[in-house]
Design a protein around this ligand. Structure first.
Ligand SMILES: C[S@@+](CC[C@H](N)C(=O)[O-])C[C@H]1O[C@@H](n2cnc3c(N)ncnc32)[C@H](O)[C@@H]1O
Length: 280
């Protein structure tokens, strides 16, 4: 573990010790706690080679989650693939914001997740709302397949469906909660991204035209049409985008309820409700 951490530190990788620990645990196919519990165990030569290969991939700036093929989100384990975004801790703000606004968590709510990726938002909500059901939509078929696998692994497959789609096209008017983390990075911000993001997250999950606003402008009015009266729209915002998103929501005749900050102080979750069946 020390040798792996030294190789990572020498390559200026942040969090070298943590990454080395996670990768060694993966190489020997055990939990990280095993490394502390059995320090006297020797690593087989086969596992040693595999560990060194993983360290080399990390030095090439591949994220640990991509190397091991999964990521924890809302304390649940999600498989990821090259076609899915690596779920971010900041997105958990959308889950806590939604749950906080629901007075009765036992209702048979219908939840729509637009741009579902690994399915992390929908499945995290379903894990907290025992009688809710949901649909995750993504333009990328391979992503919907990963999301469906995650639903089965989390024993939520009976309450979650996934399908290919272009935002709300073809969907009917029945949703209590619509949640979305759309692509929102402007093309002009590309040069500021770390290689872990730029080289490993799918570009179609990251970038949107119109300084990152294009997909909000498309999906928010569509979502307003198919939300039921009294329903909630919860949308992830990039840094500095919440005011513009709120005005798109207001234009769509939704009532903005909150812009909830993430742990870094960024207004991350824009929440609006539909108060009447107005023509939008
Ligand atoms: C930022 S990722 C979010 C993934 C996941 N919800 C999460 O929070 O980790 C955006 C997702 O939107 C999908 N997407 C992009 N354009 C879309 C469209 N027109 N219709 C549906 N999904 C789209 C991408 O394939 C990607 O999975």
């Amino acid at each position: 573990m020390r040798e792996g951490a030294e190789r990572l530190s020498a390559a200026d990788i942040d969090g070298a010790r943590i990454d080395a620990r996670l990768l060694l645990a993966e190489a020997i196919n055990k939990d990280t706690s095993y490394l502390f519990g059995y320090p006297e165990k020797e690593v087989s030569s086969e596992n040693w080679v595999s560990f060194q290969e993983m360290i080399s991939r990390r030095i090439a700036r591949e994220p640990v989650s991509r190397i091991v093929g999964c990521r924890e989100f809302w304390s649940l384990n999600f498989n990821i693939s090259p076609e899915t975004l690596d779920p971010r801790p900041d997105s958990e703000t959308l889950i806590s914001a939604t749950l906080e606004l629901l007075e009765d968590k036992t209702q048979p709510l219908k939840i729509l997740d637009l741009g579902t990726g690994s399915g992390c938002l929908l499945l995290a909500l379903l894990s907290e709302l025992p009688n809710a059901t949901g649909l995750g939509v993504d333009i990328n078929q391979a992503a919907t397949e990963v999301a469906a696998l995650n639903a089965d692994n989390l024993s939520l497959g009976h309450r979650a469906q996934f399908q290919i789609g272009n935002w709300c096209e073809g969907l009917s008017n029945e949703w209590d909660i619509i949640i979305s983390n759309p692509p929102y990075i402007g093309q002009h911000e590309k040069s500021e991204l770390e290689p872990e993001v730029l080289d490993y997250d799918p570009p179609s999950a990251l970038f949107a035209d119109d300084k990152g606003m294009k997909d909000y402008r498309t999906l928010i009015p569509q979502a307003a049409m198919i939300l039921r009266v009294g329903g909630l729209l919860v949308v992830e915002a990039g840094k500095g985008q919440s005011d513009e998103i709120n005005s798109v929501m207001t234009d769509a005749k939704l009532v903005c309820k909150a812009a909830i900050k993430d742990l870094g102080g960024v207004k991350r979750a824009c929440v609006a409700s539909k108060v009447s069946e107005q023509i939008v």
